[in-house]
Design a protein around this ligand. Structure first.
Ligand code: FAD
Length: 387
């Protein structure tokens, strides 16, 4: 660890992907870190890990893991995706490699595995304590104190003022509290599309039923289906569809309509999803939002990072990757040992323009993809070009 001296105690709200990695970075700098997480411990209880079952980690994200010695283990669980496999409505395939050779690829990784791994590694530093079922409901920026609801006991308590990091995701309670600070502005733009996750199970003996080392895409104009491979031989498919309109979550309201739609548009995928109807109608439909806010900090007391500061739609596969990069940049600034206020101001100056730019590009990319059925130039694969 770079820092052996023990520094002050700080608080991180949210033990998601970014909060867990941030805790590890802070611990390595000598801080004693208390992480408050509203969900139960996913290593002990079976819970939904969050916004998608798997995700693409690219160079940005891997670089952040490498700095804390976690890249090699993460890569053991990742499946390289070396190109995109485009599926036509007739089931024809067109493979487009990402680079001249296989070294240029992105990686499919289980979100739950990665989150659990990061939590365990953070705790293993000996300086991180993650407290579960602890929901932050109020932040007093004058004193820095927090109001926390303990979902296990039903009690609400106040916690003393410390430097606070808000990594509590796109619906961030910390960010919402910042709304009361004069001069703070925030915008949230919901996308007119939602998403649904479906599963292509492994074949006999755990075999992959489609090309393993590809990101599969079924581009169809106003909607699309994608699929990323999982370690167990399955694929997680994500259907992106408008909320309302002629072909939408609203219009696909019966099993017969759903099956006819899949048969017409995604016949090859339909043949591989045995529980299509059950899964579609029983699983939640996710929403996607772009969040921009400023400033990202309140003096030297509070800083928001990750989706809490800059949630983006997933069409670049860069949300987590950007959040991980936040941790690297903050860590570099902490190495200079300045006042929190200066560190936070520098952090925002270094990150905000980039985060806003990628948020806009992610939406533009979606519009481009949506409107150009025949030329599916979009999405996660661009992450390869950008990193
Ligand atoms: P989160 O992962 O949302 O974690 C926030 C944590 O804070 C959670 O554990 C939550 O329980 C906790 N919390 C919330 N409120 C409170 C509270 N009041 N008190 C205490 N705890 C609280 N990104 C990529 O880089 N690659 C991809 O391929 C990719 N694919 C995606 C696919 C989909 C369908 C979606 C929706 C997103 C995708 N993303 C991807 C984006 C990625 O999921 C996010 O950028 C990432 O999860 C952000 O991490 P985070 O830790 O900031 O927030």
């Amino acid at each position: 660890m770079p820092g052996t001296e023990t520094k002050e105690a700080v608080t991180v709200v949210g033990a998601g992907l970014v909060g867990s990695l941030l805790a590890m970075y802070l611990a390595r700098r000598g801080y004693s870190v208390e992480v408050l997480e509203r969900r139960p411990d996913m290593r002990r209880e079976v819970i939904d890990a969050g916004r998608s079952i798997n995700l693409a980690i690219s160079t940005r994200g891997l670089h952040a893991l490498r700095q804390v010695g976690l890249e090699a283990e993460a890569l053991k669980h990742a499946i390289p995706m070396r190109g995109r496999m485009i599926h036509s409505a007739k089931g024809e395939l067109a493979y487009q490699p990402y680079g001249k050779d296989d070294s240029q690829h992105i990686n499919s990784l289980s979100r739950a595995w990665l989150n659990k791994f990061l939590m365990t590694e953070a705790e293993a530093t000996g300086r991180v304590r993650i407290r579960f079922k602890q929901r932050v409901t109020h932040v007093d920026f004058e004193t820095g104190s927090l109001t926390v609801h303990d979902d296990a006991t039903g009690e609400t308590r106040r916690e003393e003022g410390r430097v606070l990091f808000g990594t509590d995701g796109s619906g961030s309670a910390v960010r919402q509290e910042m709304d009361r600070v004069p001069g703070f502005t925030a915008s949230q733009e919901q996308l007119g599309h939602g998403y649904k996750e479906l599963t292509i199970p492994a074949g006999p003996g755990g075999a992959f039923q489609m090309e393993k080392h590809a990101l599969h895409i079924w581009p169809r104009g106003t909607y699309m289906l994608i699929a990323l491979p999982n370690e167990d031989g399955s694929f997680t498919c994500t259907l992106f569809l408008p909320w309302k309109g002629p072909v939408s979550f609203e219009s696909l309201d019966t099993p017969a309509r759903l099956e006819a739609f899949f048969q017409e548009q995604f016949p090859d995928a339909k043949a591989l999803i045995p529980d299509l109807v059950d899964a579609f109608f029983s699983r939640p439909t996710g929403s996607m939002v772009t969040v921009k806010c400023a400033p990202w900090r309140v003096g030297g007391r509070t800083l928001v990072l990750g989706d809490a500061a800059h949630a983006i739609v997933p069409f670049f596969g860069q949300g987590m990757n950007c959040g991980f990069e936040d941790c690297v940049v903050l860590d570099g600034l902490l190495g200079r040992q300045g006042r929190w206020e200066d560190v936070f101001a520098d952090f925002e100056r270094l990150r905000k323009t980039n985060a806003d730019a990628i948020a806009d590009m992610a939406v533009e990319n979606f519009i481009e993809m949506r409107d150009s059925t025949g030329s599916p130039r979009f999405l996660l694969e661009k992450a390869v070009e950008k990193t």
